[in-house]
Design a protein around this ligand. Sequence first.
Ligand code: GDP
Ligand code: IMO
Ligand code: MG
Length: 432
Amino acid sequence: MPLEIVVGTQWGDEGKGRIVDLLAKRADLVVRYNGGDNAGHTVTVDEHTFKLHLIPSGVIHAHTFGVLGNGMVINPATLIKEMDMLRSAGVEINPQRLSLSYAAHLITPMHQALDRAQEISRGQGQIGTTGRGIGPAYADKASRRGLRVQDMLDGDALCEKLRQHIREGNLWLERLYGAQPLDEHSVVEEYSAYAATLRPYISDGGAMVWKALSEGKCILAEGAQGTLLDLDFGTYPYVTSSNPTAAGALLGMGIGAVPAKCVIGITKAFQTRVGEGPFPTELSGEMAGRLRGTGANPWDEFGTTTGRPRRVGWLDGVLLRYAVRTNGLTELTLTKLDILSGLPHIHFCTSYTTPSGQSFDDLPYGPADLSDFSPVYEELPGWQEDVSRVRRWDDLPAPAREYIRRIEAVSGVPVRRISVGPERDQVIEIES
Ligand code: GDP
Ligand code: IMO
Ligand code: MG
C-alpha cells in the first residue's frame, strides 16, 4: 500500500515539515495525524518561509489534498489564521484542497486557561508546555466531555455544549486554581463565527484516506512532535498528550492496521528539546551556543511556536534505537548535517553508564528521571567543509560519511536522505 509515515525520532523540531514538503512531490494526500498548534513546522520555498502549526506541510504543493486528521486537536482561531496566511502567500486553500476531520477535537480558550493554570500549580514540576491547551483538550476527549469538530455542524448544539464546557471549566479555574473565570458569552459568539467559516471543510477524513488507498493513491502521514514526546513512549510525564509515533498515525488518520510502505524517522544530526524533562546528552556553554545559533538564521534553535531557546545536545544513539523499535522505522532522514560543519570532533552517544558502572545499550525503563544515566560517547572526527551545496553522497567529506555510517550501524536502519539546508533542493538522496 502506498502509505508513507513521517515521524520525529527525538523531542520534536527535527525538520519534519521541511521533509514532508519534499516528499509531498510524490503524494496525493497529506494527512496530519496528531497534536495541535503546539507544533511549528517551518517550510522554506524560495522567498517564502511558511510556519505551519496545523495544516499539513504538504499542501504548499498545488497538486496535493490536505487532511487534518481525527487524532488532532484544533484551535479554530489558529486554523483560520493559517488558512489566510497561506492564501496571502498564493497557496490555494478551499474545501476542494483541504478537509477537517469531523472527529478531531476542538481547543477552546478554557483549555488554554486550564493549561496555564495547571502549569503554575505544578510549580517546580512544571512540564514547560506550549500553553496552547493541548493537554486539557485531550483530557476532555478521554473523559468523553470534549467538543468535536462535528459539533460545529449544528449551531445551537454547539452553543449549548460550549456554555456547559465554560461553566464547568470556570469551577476548576476559580475553585481549584484561583484563576479568573472566562466569559461564556464571548466564547460562544467567537466559536459560532469560527463554525460558520469552517463548516464547508468538515468531512470524514478516515473515509477519504481509505478511498484514496483503495484507488492506489499515495498517502503521506505527517506527525507532529516526536517519539520522545509520545504520551505512551516518551519521557513521561514530560511529554505531550497525543501519540506522535507510527501507531498513532493510523489511529489519527482514521484507518486500521494498514501496512505502511515505509516509516521514515526524521533525525536531526544533533538533538534538541524545548521544555522540561530528561536529556542525557544535553550540552551547555560554548558548544551549546554553537549548535543553537544566535537566532540570526531562521533555522537557529528557537521554538517556532513559543520562541523559547531550545536545549541542545549530541545525538543519542540509545534513544534513536528506541525510536526505531517504538515506530518500526524502515529508514532515516538525517537533517541539519550542515550545522555540524566546522567542528573539530563530533560526539555520538552509543550507550549509557550508571555511577555503579552498569552499562545500558537500551533505554532503561522505570525511572522518569534519567539523571543517573551518563552518556558514553564515541568521538568521531569532524569536517571543516561547508556541506550545504553538496548534492551527492560521494561529494560529502569522508568524516561526514563516517558519522552517517555509524548512525546506520548503531540504529540498524539505513539513512536514505540527508538534508543540508532548509531549501527544497538542499538534499542528498541515497539510493538503496
Ligand atoms: P519540525 O517541527 O520537525 O517540522 O521542525 P521545525 O520546523 O520546528 O525546525 C526545523 C528548522 O530547521 C526549520 O527552520 C527548518 O527550515 C530548518 N531546517 C530543516 N532542515 C534543515 C537543514 O538540513 N539545515 C538547516 N540549516 N536547516 C534546516
Ligand atoms: P513540532 O511538531 C518541540 C513540547 C513542549 C513541552 C511538551 C508538552 O514542532 O516538533 P504541550 O504544549 O504539547 O502540552 O507541551 O511538549 N512540545 C514540542 N517541542 N516541538 C514540538 O512540535 C512540540 N510540541 C510540544 O515544549 O515540553
Ligand atoms: Mg517544530
